[in-house]
Design a protein around this ligand. Structure first.
Ligand SMILES: [Zn+2]
Length: 637
């Protein structure tokens, strides 16, 4: 197609001045030749073959306001040639000092010998500008290429000397996830290289990589700080624009040949032959606001690989071979999906980090700021663990106590001791008293009927039986179901209730919050006396990724033999808070409870007596009624 602007540009280029508006993709379409040595499709470059590269390359054009491009991608998308186009454009059209960084010096050598030499050699307008490497004073060596108006320096991220070169307007950082985290004790090689460009107001920086492990991935960190563009393509059947996701790729009977893409809008199966048309009609859309408006980020999986390169069938085949082998699956997730691998989300947390930020506040007392007390009960074969947590506005949280009581869950003595902890009230820092408002008891172990019976008799105290559901996207707590139980052969008049609890959802929430570093909304305060064992149990689980029918399932797992009751109790305690949300106005519950404590403060002299009151146990008739009804701020159940 020869439109007016193209003719104008050609005239411009045949004339004396370079066209200031020529973009990288236009330059590549006009001049770039692919050699048969380095390319499977030799001949003139056509951006139309990989339409998604157009915008990425053009952000590197001299007239684009973008200063930094982040490109996180899978394999077989033409990424390497896209970068070669940027290098060619720079040499031919926008010369200046440039630094091209590979993960190692060795890889920089290979880049120079294989990629750059053929790029320059095969593209006539570049060959004119860079002298052949043979002559000694050609300015063309393994690690530097001179050309009119500029120089291209090549180095490895493992060489601080190379990264400390002269100022550079162009900085190209390739495969940044393979860069060392520190180079020769001088810090982050990316930062060192980017600093080279800091004096240029019209600098151009591009970072590309296949991602690696979650939270250790440079490219993902950079992408998440960017405007997070995704390539939206239309469904050929309903025109709905969507970005291609692995979860929508489907196949039958373990046969990769049946692979189709299922439209997220109309559900129609899209055959792969539509891909060329879809890519041509696609467009990049940002999905976030960039921290720096001059930084743009692109993410692309191999699902977009053009016809004839990497097919959906091959991708499914690769997945089926990898799915039962963690290292293979990691490679698949990184290089095909272009996504980070989440080995152990919790690993970074670690018991140590949490215990280090533990605080001193009076033990067993509800601190200022907290007004709601909830507990979680986990029943083991020879003990019961109870986690008691206080909550304040915006779910700021304080660990009050974590207690283990040894005994036989089939006997009454153990449950009496549980009552001692749960049915008494606790002093508040402001002088008031606070009752435990809700208690979630896990019924999932070997003592289901005992837990049912315990909770059933204490419904009025906010004590309920729960059953954990380790399924994603479940609400923290769901609607209860009735369970008819035979307790010691007797059919009880009233059936017990059990509440489903979305343990995975809650764990994700709590683990996310454990990373918060500042007190306030969602912050978790840990008591300094909690001890290493508590923190060890709290962080015993890790999130892992498993694939079921091609869908990524993230689930929480603990190592065999590790104890995790502290985490379970915390989870149930949080479920108990949500149990209260079903009964109180969620937006005012904390204020409501605060008023209740303030009211009690006036009657503080009664708290001594209250503490001595006998505790009701449904296993025997109450010995006597409570002497006085406390001015309760908890409505009856
Ligand atoms: Zn559709």
């Amino acid at each position: 197609m020869r439109d007016g602007s193209l003719i104008y540009r050609e005239a411009f280029l045949n004339g004396l001045k370079p066209d200031p508006d020529l973009s990288v993709s236009q330059w590549a379409d006009m001049y770039r030749m692919l050699s048969n040595k380095a390319s499977a499709e030799p001949g003139p470059w056509r951006t139309d073959r990989t339409p998604y590269l157009r915008e990425i390359m053009d952000c590197m054009s001299a007239n684009s306001p973008v200063q930094k491009v982040v490109f996180m991608a899978g394999a077989q998308l033409g990424k390497t040639e896209g970068i070669n186009n940027v290098v060619g454009y720079m040499i031919a059209h926008a010369p200046g000092p440039a630094l091209f960084v590979q993960p190692t010096i060795e890889m920089a050598k290979r880049l120079s010998k294989q990629r750059l030499d053929s790029l320059i050699h095969e593209t006539p307008c570049l060959a004119e500008k860079v002298a052949p490497a043979r002559s000694r004073d050609s300015g063309n060596t393994m690690f530097s290429k001179e050309f009119p108006g500029g120089i291209l320096l090549l180095t490895g991220a493992n060489s601080a000397t190379g990264l400390r070169s002269a100022p550079c307007r162009w900085v190209l950082l390739d495969e940044v996830d393979a860069f060392p985290s520190d180079v020769d004790g001088e810090g982050d090689p990316c930062a060192l290289a980017e600093r080279r460009a800091s004096t240029f107001s019209r600098r151009k920086i591009i970072l590309t990589s296949t991602p690696t492990v979650k939270e250790m991935s440079r490219i993902e960190t950079e992408y998440l700080a960017s405007d997070q563009r995704r390539y939206y393509v239309p469904c050929p059947h309903c025109d709905h624009m969507q970005w291609l996701q692995w979860k929508n790729l489907q196949w039958r009977d373990g046969d990769p040949r049946t692979a189709v893409y299922v439209c997220e809008s109309c559900g129609t199966h899209i055959q792969e032959h539509y891909k060329s048309e879809m890519l041509r009609k696609g467009e990049w859309r940002s999905t976030a606001t960039s921290q720096d408006p001059r930084t743009v980020g692109f993410h692309l999986s191999s699902l977009y690989s053009p016809l004839g390169w990497k097919s959906w069938e091959e991708i499914v085949g690769e997945f089926l071979r990898a799915k039962n082998d963690a290292p293979l699956l990691k490679t698949f997730v990184n290089t095909v999906l272009g996504e980070t691998w989440e080995e152990e989300t919790g690993a970074k947390l670690g018991a140590e980090g949490l215990s280090e930020r533990a605080e001193f506040y009076p033990a067993g007392e509800v601190p200022d700021g907290a007004s709601v007390l909830t507990a979680g009960v986990d029943v083991q074969d020879n003990r019961v663990a109870i986690g008691l947590y206080a909550w304040g506005r915006d779910e700021e949280c304080w660990l009050i106590s974590h207690t283990e009581i040894y005994g036989d869950p089939a006997g009454q003595k153990l449950w009496d001791q549980v009552d001692d902890l749960l049915l008494r009230d606790y002093p508040h820092a402001n002088g008031g008293r606070v009752k435990v408002s809700a208690v979630g008891c896990d019924s999932g172990g070997h003592y289901t009927s005992e837990v049912y019976a315990y909770a059933r008799g204490r419904k009025g105290k906010g004590i309920f039986a729960l059953k954990g559901q380790s399924v994603r996207n479940k609400p923290p707590i769901g609607k209860p179901s009735r369970v008819d139980i035979n307790y010691k052969g007797q059919v009880l008049k009233n059936s017990a209730e059990v509440y489903p609890v979305g343990t995975d959802t809650i764990k994700s929430t709590l683990f996310g919050r454990m990373k918060h570093n500042e007190a306030g909304a969602g912050y978790i305060h840990f008591h300094a006396e909690a001890g290493q064992e508590y923190f060890k149990q709290l962080t015993a689980e890790r999130q892992i990724v498993r694939y079921v029918k091609g869908f990524a399932i993230r689930e929480w797992k603990k190592k065999a033999g590790d104890r995790n009751e502290a985490l379970d109790c915390f989870v149930y305690s949080y479920a108990a808070l949500h149990f209260l949300y079903m009964r109180f106005n969620r937006s005012t519950i904390f204020e409501q409870f605060e008023r209740g404590i303030a009211k009690k403060e006036k009657n503080a002299n009664t708290s001594e007596e209250l503490a001595k009151e006998p505790i009701e146990s449904p296993y025997r008739p109450p010995q006597r009624r409570l002497r006085r009804r406390t001015p309760s701020f908890v409505t009856s159940w």
